[in-house]
Design a protein around this ligand. Structure first.
Ligand code: UGA
Length: 454
């Protein structure tokens, strides 16, 4: 919405949410304190907020005066009931549709922006249609469009300003044209694709499934590289130069995380089963099974290299977010790997430039070790963790440093300085292939790099 506000100064945009605290945070004077860290976002907010971009918790009033409403609520995986563990919970989407049905006036275009399983637009349509029959002489009318989002976190602004495509699914050409014209303020016409509503919804799930599949594919090969003496980065380079494969999204890492890939694949699995296609369901499920296996493979490998036990050992974790340039930790591989290491009795010392200690605590489900117990009061601290905002302090006294997120600053670490403060024999585990091999080895450290069989 910040990008639309920036590109379309004549359109007034109001972002509403039932969470008042969240809205207050978006209205925060100090732009450093916005709830989401995303490169370039605070500049857009600074430029547009109070001009044509507003944040409000007055939901009813803003629905009433809107010509177009984007539903952008979360659709988490259902925890219980029918489809538990796979299907999306659409209760927030439904709640929004009901509110829109109740408070909208005149002609309103409702755009589903949340990632939704195919045929959700029908639910929205039905709810909106019911509101028209409920109230006689209503002056309300609606059109529903699907407009899935393809931006990736960390590069969101760039992805929105120069998208590969904008996808609009719908039936009513007039509504499609109105939304297309908004994007056309900065996106060339030929990049704005029109499909039917179901293709649009399914295209979003399929795009994420294909992307995640690439990562599971290359991660599976990383294990084979380690076993055979090949190098996964060389294999990636070699296959990526084939135009049909392409070079992007071929970096082997600690497994994919983020709020979307796993959820969307599980949705696809659920839908395939629902429509009587178990082979299709199993095919896609394997992508998440491999991802899970791969995450645990890394923690097992760390234990193995550290002589089969990490109890009483200090391990420094560099990076907790699911990828660089975001403070988002949802489904981050770091959560799985850190939990495994804590379970084995290690003391973790975690660093991340953007993720807070509070967030890590909530993700791990364990409070950090009390500061008065620094340095290690061993009895109390097995299976515990501490947080440091400085890499050198985080690594001090550790047996191993494990790089889990590809933050730029981890590629320029002065390993000779770090090596001096570590316990010997000291290890560096690089799951993102970003440390400079020669510098690590020159500092007298042992190095394991994902997919490097040399
Ligand atoms: C993903 C898609 O890339 C977006 O197109 C989509 O709009 C978005 O989900 C969504 O559905 O909202 P995102 O989850 O923000 O975006 O991040 P990605 O860049 O796709 O990374 C996902 C995970 O894959 C990260 O853990 C990342 O480290 C990992 N990854 C990515 C690799 O391990 N190797 C790669 O080569 C690329």
């Amino acid at each position: 919405m910040a990008v639309i506000a920036d590109k379309c100064p004549d359109i007034t945009i109001t972002v509403v949410d039932i969470n008042k605290e969240r809205i207050d945070a978006w209205n925060e004077e100090n732009l450093e304190k916005l709830p989401i860290f995303e490169p370039g976002l605070s500049e857009k907010i600074k430029k547009c907020r109070g001009q044509n971009l507003f944040f409000s918790s007055e939901i009813e009033k803003n629905i009433q005066c809107a010509d177009m409403i984007f539903i952008s609520v979360n659709t988490p995986t259902k925890k219980k009931g029918l489809g538990a563990g796979q299907a999306s919970d659409l209760k927030w989407v439904e709640a929004c549709a009901r509110q829109v049905a109740e408070f909208a006036t005149g002609y309103t275009i409702v755009v589903e922006k949340s990632t939704l399983p195919v045929k959700t637009a029908e639910v929205i349509k039905n709810i909106l249609a019911a509101s028209q029959t409920n109230l006689e002489k209503t002056n309300k009318s609606f059109d529903v469009l699907s407009n899935p989002e393809f931006l990736a976190e960390g590069t969101a602004i760039k992805d929105l300003e120069d998208p590969d495509r904008v996808l609009i699914g719908g039936e009513n050409q007039n509504a499609i044209d109105i939304l297309s014209n908004i994007y056309n303020n900065w996106v060339p016409r030929k990049k704005i694709l029109h499909t039917n509503i179901w293709s649009s919804e399914l295209a979003k799930l399929t795009a994420n499934a294909f992307l995640a599949q690439r990562i599971s594919s290359i991660n599976s090969i990383s294990a084979l590289c380690e076993a055979t003496g090949a190098s996964v980065s060389e294999v990636s380079r070699a296959i990526g130069s084939d135009k049909r494969i392409g070079s992007k999204f071929l970096d082997s890492g600690p497994g994919f995380g983020g709020s979307c890939f796993k959820k969307d694949i599980l949705n696809l699995v659920y839908l395939s089963n629902y429509f009587g296609l178990p082979e299709v369901a199993e095919f896609w499920e394997q992508v998440t099974i491999l991802n899970n296996w791969h995450q645990h493979r890394i923690s097992k490998l760390i234990v193995k290299k550290l002589f089969g036990t990490i109890t009483e050992k200090k391990i420094c974790i560099l990076g907790f977010s699911f990828k660089a340039n975001t403070n988002d930790t949802r489904e981050s591989s770091a959560i799985v790997i850190c939990k495994d290491l804590l379970e084995e009795g290690a003391r973790l010392s975690i660093h991340d430039p953007k993720v807070s200690e509070k967030q890590i605590s909530s993700d791990l489900g364990v409070e950090p070790i009390a500061k008065e117990n620094y340095p290690a009061n061993k009895e109390n601290n097995y299976g515990g963790w501490e947080f440091h905002s400085d890499i050198l302090t985080a690594a001090k006294g550790s047996d191993a440093v494990v790089v889990l997120t590809e933050w730029e600053e981890y590629s320029t670490i002065q390993w000779d300085l770090i090596a001096k403060s570590m316990r010997k024999p000291s290890w560096v585990f690089d799951s993102r292939s970003i440390v400079v091999k020669e510098k690590v080895l020159k500092a007298g450290l042992n190095l394991w790099r994902l997919g490097d069989g040399n």
